[in-house]
Ligand binder design. Sequence first.
Ligand SMILES: *[C@@H]1O[C@H](CO)[C@@H](O)[C@H](O)[C@H]1NC(C)=O
Ligand SMILES: *[C@@H]1O[C@H](CO)[C@@H](O)[C@H](O)[C@H]1NC(C)=O
Ligand SMILES: *[C@@H]1O[C@H](CO)[C@@H](O)[C@H](O)[C@H]1NC(C)=O
Ligand SMILES: *[C@@H]1O[C@H](CO)[C@@H](O)[C@H](O)[C@H]1NC(C)=O
Ligand SMILES: *[C@@H]1O[C@H](CO)[C@@H](O)[C@H](O)[C@H]1NC(C)=O
Length: 290
Amino acid sequence: MDNENSENNKNIEEVSDTEENKFNYNFINTPWDDRTDRSRITAIALLVAIIVATAALVINNLVIHYKDFHYESFLNNTDIDCNVVKLEDYPYIARIHLISSNELVCVGAMISKHSVLANELCLKSGPIRLRIGSPTDPRCKKGFSVNFMETIPHNGVITKHLVLLSILENMTGCMKSIKIGLHLNPQKNLFIIGRSFRGGRVLSIQMAKYVKEDVTSVELRNLSKNETIAVTTFGKCPVRAGDLLVQRGLLLGLASTSVHKRETSKTVYFANLSTARKYLNLLDAEVRFS
Ligand SMILES: *[C@@H]1O[C@H](CO)[C@@H](O)[C@H](O)[C@H]1NC(C)=O
Ligand SMILES: *[C@@H]1O[C@H](CO)[C@@H](O)[C@H](O)[C@H]1NC(C)=O
Ligand SMILES: *[C@@H]1O[C@H](CO)[C@@H](O)[C@H](O)[C@H]1NC(C)=O
Ligand SMILES: *[C@@H]1O[C@H](CO)[C@@H](O)[C@H](O)[C@H]1NC(C)=O
Ligand SMILES: *[C@@H]1O[C@H](CO)[C@@H](O)[C@H](O)[C@H]1NC(C)=O
């Protein structure tokens, strides 16, 4: 060992004596066996630093990517059991993102070529941008800005208004509108489609059943019975304000409550959209009812 080392050291001394070699054998391309201990340590330290920096970048990216990811829900499995569907299959759903953080705050429904119906809560967190249609289609990917907005009075369980967002841009190819259903069939299943905890790439979906519940007794506020639709859910997805209530391809309601802890309550309340018909007709003549 000693011998080898002294040999190496000697070699390097010899090498560094000549000018050309000094140039040729710099830190980068000195053969491993020719390095001094210090050079080896520096080389190893450099490698470690590169690995650590790369790992830090990767982890940082993961953290950014999963910023919305709720670790507790992940452990608990409730959200994991929630069924999800692809965005592409629901072209009448608009995703409402915050401009500042790009966070998905709500979903809304395209009820005509240029109008999105949403819950007023969706606008409370700051300026928004709409994403509609396939996230990979370049026409749709860039998103759409809201040109103007109208409020529609609605005496819901936690909110007092719905909002109608108007987009002037041509969204052909990105969206399809959904008709508003005037008659709920209590015998048939309902679907709740909404914002998924997995972020903006999928939507949550679960079945629900209409409950003839005296909604006036549920909350202290005076609610008109017709204005609120109460349902119980069979799925394990949380329901967020603004989620859509759909039956046979018709839009019946927008969630007016947010249910995060599914264990405490299985009943969810929706704004009955047929009570908003008059306003919707006034604001956008292209909204269709069935
Ligand atoms: C997880 O779910 C169980 C019921 O499935 C519930 O009792 C518990 O409080 C939940 N824990 C968290 C952290 O949400
Ligand atoms: C919207 O765009 C589509 C094609 O992208 C075009 O066919 C249609 O005429 C446009 N509509 C308007 C009103 O510009
Ligand atoms: C509920 O409505 C009735 C009449 O419609 C009114 O007398 C009462 O004060 C209202 N209660 C609340 C809590 O608003
Ligand atoms: C509720 O709807 C029923 C018919 O479905 C109607 O007769 C009644 O007038 C409505 N009530 C209100 C307050 O709109
Ligand atoms: C929704 O409102 C309409 C019109 O007021 C009413 O006829 C209908 O019964 C309501 N639906 C529910 C489920 O309360």
